[in-house]
Design a binder for this molecule. Sequence first.
Ligand code: ADP
Ligand code: MG
Length: 696
Amino acid sequence: MDRDPSEFPIQHIRGVGPQRAGLLSRLDIRTSLDALYYLPYRYEDRRNIKTICCLSCEQKETTTGNIVSMDVIRLPRSRHTIFELVISDGTGLLTGKWFNQPYMKRNFKVGQGIILSGVVKRNAYRATGIEMDNPEYEHTDNDADNLVHASRIVPVYRTTAGMSVRVLRSILFNAVHTCAEHLVDPVPAELLARYNLPQLRESLCTTHFPGPEADMESLENGTNSYRRRLCFDELFNLELGIALMRKGATRQRGIAFSPKGKLVGNLLEGLAFRLTAAQERVFREILADMKKPFPMNRLIQGDVGCGKTIVALMAMLSSVECGYQAALMVPTEILAEQHYLALHRLVEGLGLRICLLTGSSKERPSEEISSGKTQIVVGTHALIQEGVAFKKLGLIVIDEQHRFGVMQRASLRRKARNPDVLVMTATPIPRTLAMTAYGDLDCSVIDTLPPGRSAVETRLFQARRKQCIYEAISSEVKRKRQVYVVYPVIEESETSDLKSALIGKMALEKIFPDFRVGLLHGKMKPAEREAVMSSFKSGEIDILVSTTVIEVGVDVPNATLMVIVHAERFGLSQLHQLRGRVGRGSDQSCCLLVAYPPFSEEAERRLAIMVKTSDGFRIAEEDLALRGPGEFFGTKQSGMPDLRVANIVRDAGLLGSARKEAFAMIENDPGLDKVPPLKKSVERFWQGKMDLFKTA
Ligand code: ADP
Ligand code: MG
């Protein structure tokens, strides 16, 4: 029989029948290899099982005995219950107590052997004298079990309904002991030696069932060398895939643009400002890519307001000058409309045509696009739909990239034959995350703001100090400036105490009868929304009450005050994006965060960070630390495989090494033909997410 664990079905492991196999598949365990990589999320130190008479009070202890009695006790005059059981091991008695879990009774029978772990407490009113509250428990059926479930550091796994941790642990114990020896280590030995990493087999065995001398602390915090080895594998597989994608891209033939720079020159002449040095540098980097004979894949990072749009326009004009169309894709209709309006003037001034394509555009400009009459198209997802055909698309720009994944990028790319792709994001990404989430892209950073901008002053107010906020709004409008007031939701639902934008608008109209108040929210019809946006832009609205639809990209330089209501409910990156809507002109701008106590410690920290700094990278890093990499616009969304063992914040150093080695390896052996086990491992890790080897 084939003993390769990746082919060895889990049913062949002792203790697994069809029913358990079904349960295990819910945990994504189908083969023995899946089982070997199903790692514990924590451990329990049961090396020292004490007899009951030797337990010390106020210590976390583990002991074992047989159940002598049990009962569910109802507390008088309340709905609360306590489930209690008493165990004996011949040296003494111990009570285990569980609060408000009367169903626990079903798990036990008098006479059964169990292990209890928990903090021992003295209780003089009880016959046993000592007790444990909500202890961890496990059944023991015989002494041999102690080898797996007690008398050692015991692994604890996440499990699924219908399968106890204990059963799962037994299965994994059997899997490790049956299959680990047949594992082939895919990582070349010289690499392991260079980074001082242990063998795969040893690493898996000890990560599941640590030896008697293991150190609990390093097991729990993930710094243990065996677990590090497994982290390395995961990161190495990830980076090999990324390196393959990159290699594949440089192998494809793309368009070698050769613009003379006339259109860009004309554009710059007509602008009211000069480019910043950072904008010039990034445009040079883009141009260098565009001139190369393979497709560009570049990410531009730049904080809100740093001026990415004009750089994108310069790239699009370079494409147009060479006879190719260019498309700009953005995540929301509001943003598409706004980009269209802003670029329209500039583009038509150069004698070119531009059109807008969104889901709700009434007339579909399909003919204009397919005939090539329009050189530049601005739009939403509608751009990637069937039926939209370009005559000759050369460059795709994707704005606010964090809303789109790798997959959507790929479908837009299919609209043309290997076009150049430029993606832009205003959510600064810590370097480590950028390497994984956007690892298939080259990266440029616009790291300075245009001159004359002063940082937005940010202040935190408790909701009860409404008067100060009204005064701030009033003084701003009297100076002919405009104000945003942002609310988290649109309708007041009965269960929520959120102040809706609608009610907020009515309240403001009452307080300021002389001011013009507008409303903008995501459920409005596009035409209404467009009308509101353009009257705000032209100054016919003083106060724009809105939901978070204005979060990305909206640009009205005369708006100098932003009030964010229920600021405690927003995430850090979102607050930063919202705040970026003001401070876009040369006037001092202000952002008032209105918080409704009580709120969590985490919310308090978010608000404090906002008041303290306006540096997008600092904020992104804090956000990453607060929410963890999974949540921070998940790697999920970006289309990359999940990381199960590694944590790119904790393992940043290892990630760097894995990346270096992976890129070097792909450079020398682009098909991974010299290392078949490694090739198999990369394919397994990426699970058909990309056709990695097809282009190779
Ligand atoms: P973002 O990077 O957030 O997309 P935008 O491209 O919308 O920023 O630019 C923000 C504002 O700054 C726009 O009004 C734009 O015209 C202006 N701007 C861009 N570059 C410069 C510059 N070099 N000097 C002065 N203003 C600029
Ligand atoms: Mg923008």
